[in-house]
Design a protein around this ligand. Structure first.
Ligand code: HEM
Length: 490
């Protein structure tokens, strides 16, 4: 494509000399203005953390967007700056100063002071998309109450019904899959987790309604980190439209429940049963709807991506795959024929749990956890100013060779030993710890059980490129595999 002869090159330079001159001059001016700006900041004394802030507002936004838009993924932006400036560095993106905090001590400081000295960065598009009453957006007091009222169905004890239903659904879908045909794990896991969550939350099983809701949730999810501009065709615009449709769907379901036309025992029903409780013991309708949406958006893509990575890592590490299969087959063979997986079975999957942990360590489904400093403070000896964005760099911590020996190696047995506090944080920590942590773990365990006790597989496309513009790292191929049944009657 760029195989130009000398003559062609001269022709291009000649014809486009105006444009080239303007470009060179602009780059030069930008460079000197940015140097002067940084020099001014240094003089003011707020430059203790290494890194480049660049021009006001613009900063390194273009490099960030270009990494996000590449198949290396947006963490490449962070990886390069760690090489240039060291593990803890600062940058400016979309006019905000961001500091990346790469240590367990830094993570502890931020998590332990969540809501007190740090808060989630308020992004307008996020609140517009998931709703102001979402757990992701509310203030400290509302967060405490809403989280308490949402928590029960996600406790380990309450998940036994979900485990059976999920197992049943997974088993049927795998059985119906034509042997020898390629299965794209990401597509499969996205549909599966979405259907299972909608069943658990709202008892929706109608295929066409499910697909409508899924389409709207995807548009809303895409709008969460988009530029909030209401112009038809933009991600934000599509997301806001989708939100309106989805809220109407939720409201219609709630009206039918209250009229007594439907009363299935699910998450929504447990919320509606509190209608006559005092205000601090129930959620109002907007809180219910915003958080139904939040749970779906926060739970589907994360869990589905983690499932995809587990297949990829196990394919590359046959020893771990064989050991996992041995454990899962012994559980499978000890059960009556056709029996579904129970919570007790999951408790016996000791190696399986380590595979889940190692998958989450290496895949870093959420690459870093963003906060804003509410006051001036110091982290790891570095001064942080009020209003700066502080990102706990979970990826850097998970790949730190001082915390995890041979960090690039997929080795579930490393979890035979206790890990240092705050070294394994795929679900965060503190008051904002992932609400769906147990649900994600059981989902992954059941998936690994059915997959390894029933099948062997080969990965059909070894491309390691990541999907562009995705804030959760996922293979752009979606990890297509061919399944070979083991023939044990799974
Ligand atoms: C492998 C799957 C998952 C991963 C890796 C994951 C990771 C996380 C992390 C790291 C946080 C905290 C973010 C922060 O501190 O800024 C979080 C929060 C959250 N997650 Fe998950 N999650 C997963 C699955 C789920 C599922 C299945 C659900 C629900 C069905 C869920 C619901 C939530 C909610 C509601 C929050 C916000 C909690 C709050 O602010 O109080 N997640 N998740």
């Amino acid at each position: 494509m760029f195989d130009l002869s000398k003559e062609e090159l001269l022709f291009l330079v000649w014809n486009y000399s105006d444009i080239i001159t303007v470009a060179v001059v602009s780059i030069g001016v930008t460079f000197f203005v940015s140097k002067a700006w940084n020099w001014r900041r240094e003089k003011k004394g707020d430059d203790q953390i290494p890194g480049r802030l660049g021009l006001p507002f613009l900063g390194e936004t273009i490099s960030f967007l270009s990494a996000t838009n590449s198949t290396r993924g947006c963490y490449d932006f962070v990886r390069l700056r760690r090489l240039w400036h060291g593990k803890c560095f600062k940058t400016r993106i979309f006019g905000k100063i961001h500091v990346f905090v790469p240590s367990t001590e830094g993570a502890r400081r931020v998590f332990a002071n969540d809501f007190v000295h740090f808060n989630k960065g308020y992004v307008k598009s996020m609140a517009d998309a998931v709703g102001e009453k979402s757990l992701l957006c509310v203030s400290r007091d509302s967060h405490k109450r809403i989280r308490r009222l949402l928590s029960d169905p996600f406790s380990m004890n309450s998940l036994s019904k979900f485990v059976k239903e999920f197992d049943n659904m997974l088993r049927e879908r795998l059985k119906n899959f034509e042997a020898g045909k390629s299965l794209v794990v990401l597509d499969f896991s996205m549909k599966l987790t979405f259907t299972a969550m909608c069943k658990m939350l709202l008892s929706i099983t109608d295929e066409s309604l499910l697909r409508d809701i899924e389409r709207d949730c995807t548009s809303i999810s895409n709008a969460m980190l988009s530029f909030p501009i209401t112009i038809p065709g933009t991600r934000y615009y599509k997301g806001i439209k989708a939100r309106k449709r989805l809220m109407k769907t939720f409201r219609d379901i709630m009206t039918r429940r209250r009229s007594g036309k439907e009363s299935p025992q699910d998450f929504l029903q447990s919320m509606i049963q509190r209608d006559s409780y005092p205000p601090n013991e129930k959620l109002d309708d907007t809180e219910i709807m915003d958080n139904l949406l939040t749970l779906i958006v926060a739970g589907q893509t994360t869990t589905a991506a983690a499932m995809m990575w587990s297949v990829k890592f196990l394919d590359e590490n046959k020893e771990a795959q064989d050991r996992l299969r041995e454990e899962q087959l012994s559980i499978f063979r000890n059960k009556p024929e056709g029996a579904l997986v129970t919570l007790e079975d999951l408790n016996n999957m000791s190696y399986g749990s380590k595979v889940v942990k190692e998958t989450l360590r290496m895949s870093n489904v959420l690459l870093w956890f963003p906060r804003v400093a509410l006051n001036d403070c110091t982290i790891g000896g570095f001064e942080i100013k009020k209003g700066w964005h502080v990102n706990i760099d979970a990826t850097c911590i998970h790949y730190d060779p001082d915390l995890f020996k041979d960090p690039m190696q997929f080795n579930p047995s490393r979890f035979d030993e206790m890990q240092k506090p705050y070294s394994h944080i795929p679900f965060g920590s503190g008051p904002r710890t992932c609400l769906g942590m147990n649900m994600a773990k059981v989902t992954m365990l059941v998936f690994l059980h059915r997959l390894t006790s029933g099948y062997k597989w080969t990965v059909d496309d070894l491309d390691t490129c990541l999907e562009k513009k995705a804030h959760i790292p996922r293979l752009r191929s979606g990890c297509p595999i061919t399944l070979q049944p083991l023939g044990g009657g799974n």
